[in-house]
Design a protein around this ligand. Structure first.
Ligand SMILES: Cc1cc2nc3c(=O)[nH]c(=O)nc-3n(C[C@H](O)[C@H](O)[C@H](O)COP(=O)(O)OP(=O)(O)OC[C@H]3O[C@@H](n4cnc5c(N)ncnc54)[C@H](O)[C@@H]3O)c2cc1C
Length: 396
């Protein structure tokens, strides 16, 4: 089949950010082509499958059969396993639903298709086309055959290992300290509690945490993220996870039925996500929450803004970086403050000793905070361990 193609908006990558971008660009009247290098949307899954839910309405997602479990909240465990419970509304962007991620991604691609976007599966972008310094599309390969796709607007939604932005000349490189390496087992016959997503902090997972996200009674995603600069090799993630499982009888008796690995960025947001003819969205734009490692919500929220601006630029005929600032400003207004705040919190947390983690969680356990914010947390910690709050002065 391959032939040279043209479209208004070209989206590379049919993950949540790409499908959401494609849907909103199509809804706003643009002709949209969505490229996905894999043969099946959402598969294989590389995700803990936890997501918050308050943002779904904002981007037009209707909860569907892809929901496995609706949790009440999160439990945060300190190194000596003191525990602090947080209501689902305040627990960050991985807590609310535990989902069937491939079903979720497929639903978003269906929504994009229903809005009018065309999907090309098993088709990889292999380079960007540039004319007079502007991106005007990509070279692509489908079943080994190369061809060109031209568009006034190209969107890089190609995930954590993104190359499209770099090909276009936008710096997206990550330092080792800005990356977590993750490993997860899906385990059956475990003693998980379907009411909670559980997080275990401290040296059990240097620079990250161990998570248990329940999929059903007795079935859970048990995973770990460790900061690449705090371990000797990415393979250490497995040693840490296996050690944690061995120490927890309710999980040591379990059976692994699936294993996934992958990377997440824990960096500050990129300083620049647009240039002439191109915008970056989702993991490709390093929009993952640096504190939690969750990126589905942010990718979708930015994807809606990206799609709307892309349609406007393509149909109005002004795909310049000046026009595309509308996207840059829009997603930053919605997400950037929290991303920075959480980056700062993450930088602090990775430097804490296990003894300090224990004190913080101990001070919070059993305390009913009216509102979960930094001030109230520090107040509660200060009442019990005044010496600890000195470490957090930067947050006040
Ligand atoms: C182990 C692990 C656990 C995680 N757990 C959670 C969690 O519980 N909750 C949460 O919110 N987030 C989680 N994340 C992060 C989350 O998975 C990502 O933030 C999310 O997938 C980002 O969506 P995206 O659309 O930007 O990128 P992706 O979902 O990665 O989609 C990118 C798509 O682009 C395609 N692609 C790449 N290159 C090309 C190319 N050249 N041509 C065509 N197509 C291309 C890929 O095949 C892929 O389908 C986890 C990540 C990992 C690794």
């Amino acid at each position: 089949m391959p032939k040279n193609l043209t479209t208004d908006v070209l989206v590379i990558g049919a993950g949540p950010a790409g499908s959401m971008t494609a849907k909103w660009a199509a809804k706003r009247g643009a002709k949209v082509l969505l490229l996905e290098k894999r043969q099946e949307i959402g598969s294989p899954v590389r995700c803990g499958e936890g997501m918050s839910k308050e943002w779904l309405t904002e981007v037009g997602i209707t909860p569907g059969r892809w929901i496995n479990v609706e949790v009440e909240g999160a439990r945060i465990y300190s190194p000596s396993e003191k525990v602090f419970e947080i209501n689902e509304k305040h627990a960050g962007n991985e807590v609310g639903y535990v989902v069937e991620r491939d079903g979720f991604d497929k639903q978003l691609a269906i929504d994009a298709g229903n809005a009018g976007a065309e999907l090309l599966l098993k088709t990889a972008a292999t380079g960007v086309l540039k004319e007079h310094g502007k991106v005007v599309g990509v070279t692509a390969k489908e079943f080994g055959e190369s061809f060109e796709i031209r568009a006034p607007i190209t969107i890089a939604a190609d995930g954590f290992e993104s190359q499209v932005g770099r090909w276009a000349g936008i710096p997206t490189n990550l330092a080792m300290r800005d990356m977590d390496t993750c490993l997860q087992y899906r385990m059956t016959n475990v003693d998980c509690d379907v009411r909670y997503c559980d997080f275990y902090l401290g040296k059990v997972a240097p620079g990250g945490y161990v998570w248990v996200f329940p999929k059903a009674e007795g079935l859970a995603n048990v995973g770990i993220g460790v900061q690449v600069s705090q371990v000797t090799s990415p393979a250490d993630a497995r040693t840490y996870l296996d050690r944690w499982i061995a120490k927890h009888p309710g999980y040591a008796k379990g059976r692994k039925i699936d294993v996934v690995g992958g990377g997440v960025s824990i960096s500050k947001p990129l300083p620049k996500t647009v240039d002439d003819g191109i915008m970056l969205v989702g993991d490709a734009a390093r929009m993952i929450d640096p504190l939690t490692g969750g990126g589905i919500a942010n990718g979708c929220i930015a994807g809606k803004i990206c799609g709307e601006v892309a349609a406007e630029a393509a149909l109005g005929g002004t795909p310049t970086k000046e026009f595309l600032q509308k996207y840059e400003t829009g997603w930053r207004a919605r997400l950037e403050e929290k991303l920075y705040r959480n980056w700062l919190a993450k930088e602090k947390l990775v430097s804490l000793s296990d003894a300090t983690f224990d004190k913080v969680v101990d001070a919070l356990s059993g305390v009913k905070l009216e509102k979960l914010n930094v001030h109230n947390i520090l107040k509660a910690v200060h009442e019990k361990y005044p010496e600890v709050t000195k470490e957090f002065e930067a947050f006040l």
